[in-house]
Design a protein around this ligand. Structure first.
Ligand code: ADP
Length: 523
């Protein structure tokens, strides 16, 4: 078995094969340990992204990774997804057709197979071990490893054969589970690892010392300057969406008396290295950067991270704010977002080269991030739930500090949805809002939209307030801009029960009332 090629980069593979822009909390450490060939026990919540922790190392290691899993449907799903991504994967289960099994055997014989999913029952058949010996196995991954526990509800007797398999193949084993009580863990160590403690990962995802806050963009540069001014002399990072902005914002911070410099991928390697070294050594330097800054940064006392633009996804957000407060002392964050960010991210996704199903997933991830930005309750609860972990209200986020004033937004949302419906879902928020406000714009007059029953039914809110309502509707994934129709807002299935009067929806009043500016009649 050879060592992985050090020039291979797990993050690059993550982007290329899965289309993900960042690891989820905990994934990267596990991935690195598995790639390095350590015996590993990882306890991660359901939905936390365990599969990737053996799939990605499988691609970086020579030979075949055998995956033992008790769930046939899940194995088939994963095989399908891996094949779609261009990875040689196969499954040996009782549900196989003869052709499927033969295809797997052929791929093994030709040395092509990277991932071999096996139901535990297969380990009972004499032929299985011979097959695996022939297959140049370099890693065994055990999903739902708690099934080895005789005292648990999910005990699978065939899981007891896995220890023997590991011994006879002499390869590392990585075990994964979401159930983590101490007894079960001890039993896993005994039965799968012969009692030799594996490298164990059991870390809650939470970083309770990091204060979370989001704010809609109002005067974005001023918002960042105000945030930095309150933390003068502390080391911080400001993430920006563009290279140009890192330079202008760093200049503005210097003019305000901070020690600040910019950092982006367009700078030459030496300049970048200088910034990294300065940041490491100096106290109180602010680095204004694109996401290119971070990988090599290992500074424990970064006191704050601000996002001047909306990050790409919850994963990216969490990874970026997670650079603050590694020493465990309090750290603060602020993330700004506005309609332009949302539009930009949507069009980046739509115009990207990713296959359609990646794009759909990217939109879903963006929606999740918007949902977090416009959350109605504790942000940490929402964030951790996204990663599969339950939590109580944290007391360390802006929404716990100042619980938002909520109101029943059902009526406003229904008006918004019906404006879209009456115009065949062919227009963006701007035009729909003008209809609701009853404006006599050229576009409205030309299309006869002043004759619609929705014309002028939204005069109780201002234009800016309607923008906030539409943004929250998008945050709740009731509507999505359709790239094929120039960003026209199209309803999702979630909107139907609200339109039919079967469900109500709660909105945040602060985001609606903060949306100041009066209606200046657009005639
Ligand atoms: P588990 O087995 O831990 O319950 P999965 O491996 O099925 O979880 O992953 C749950 C979901 O999270 C899947 O839809 C997967 O595609 C997604 N996911 C995993 N890792 C990432 C990541 N780094 N970025 C975005 N999505 C991810």
């Amino acid at each position: 078995m050879s060592e992985p090629d050090p020039s291979d980069d797990p993050s690059a593979l993550l982007a290329r094969v899965w289309g993900f822009d960042a690891f989820r909390p905990g994934q990267e450490e596990v991935v690195r340990a598995v790639i390095a060939g350590h015996n590993v026990l990882a306890i991660m919540p359901t939905g936390g992204g365990k599969s990737l922790c053996f799939q990605l190392p499988a691609l970086m290691r020579e030979g075949v990774t055998v995956v033992i899993s008790p769930l046939i449907a899940l194995m088939r799903d994963q095989v399908r997804a891996m094949k779609q991504a261009g990875v040689e994967a196969g499954a040996l289960t009782s549900g196989n057709t003869e052709e499927e099994t033969e295809e797997v055997f052929a791929a093994i014989d030709e040395g092509r197979l990277k991932l071999l999913y096996m139901a535990p029952e297969r380990l009972a058949s004499g032929g299985a071990l011979n097959l695996l010996r022939r297959a140049n196995v370099s890693l065994i991954a055990v999903d739902e490893a708690h099934c080895v526990s005789q005292w648990g509800h999910d005990f699978r007797p065939d899981y007891l054969r896995i220890g023997e398999l590991r011994r006879s193949l002499g390869v590392p084993l990585a075990a994964f589970t979401a159930t983590a009580d101490e007894e079960t863990r001890a039993e896993i160590v005994t039965r799968l690892f012969d009692g030799a403690p594996p490298e164990t990962f059991l870390r809650g995802f939470d970083r309770p010392n990091i204060h979370l806050a989001f704010s809609p963009k109002d005067q974005p540069r001023q918002q960042i300057l105000t945030f930095a001014a309150a933390r003068k002399g502390q080391s911080g990072i400001v993430y920006c969406g563009t290279r140009a902005k890192t330079e202008t914002l760093a200049r503005a911070l210097r003019e305000a008396g901070h020690s600040a410099c910019h950092y982006h991928g367009g700078m030459d390697a030496e300049d970048r290295r200088n910034v990294e070294v300065r940041f490491q050594q100096e106290d109180g330097l602010i680095v204004v950067a694109t996401v290119a800054f971070g990988m090599g940064v290992d500074k424990p006392d970064i006191r704050w991270v601000a996002h001047a633009d909306l990050p790409k996804s919850i994963e990216a957000y969490y990874q970026e704010i997670g650079r603050a407060g590694r020493d465990g002392a309090p750290a603060e964050t602020l993330t700004l977002y506005g309609p332009d960010d949302i539009r930009l991210r949507r069009s980046q996704i739509d115009e990207g080269l990713a296959p359609p199903e990646h794009k759909e997933a990217d939109h879903g991830r963006l929606n999740a991030l918007l949902g977090l930005a416009e959350a109605t309750g504790c942000r940490r609860v929402k964030l951790l739930r996204y990663f599969g972990e339950d939590a109580a209200d944290c007391g360390n986020c802006d929404l716990c500090d100042n619980p938002p004033d909520l109101f029943d937004g059902t009526e406003a949302v229904r008006k918004g949805l019906s404006a879209a419906l009456r115009t065949d879902e062919r227009f963006g928020a701007g035009h729909l809002i003008e209809i609701l406000l009853g404006s006599s714009t050229d576009k409205i007059m030309q299309r006869g939209h002043d004759k619609l029953p929705t014309f002028g039914i939204g005069r109780d809110l201002s234009r800016a307030q309607w923008q906030a309502v539409f943004r929250q509707m998008m945050g709740h994934d009731l509507m999505r801009p359709d790239a094929a129709r120039h960003g026209a807002l199209v309803m999702t299935a979630r909107a139907h029960p609200i339109l039919r009067g079967e469900e109500n929806i709660t909105l945040r009043r602060d985001l609606v009332t903060k949306a100041k500016t009066k209606n200046t009649a657009k005639a």
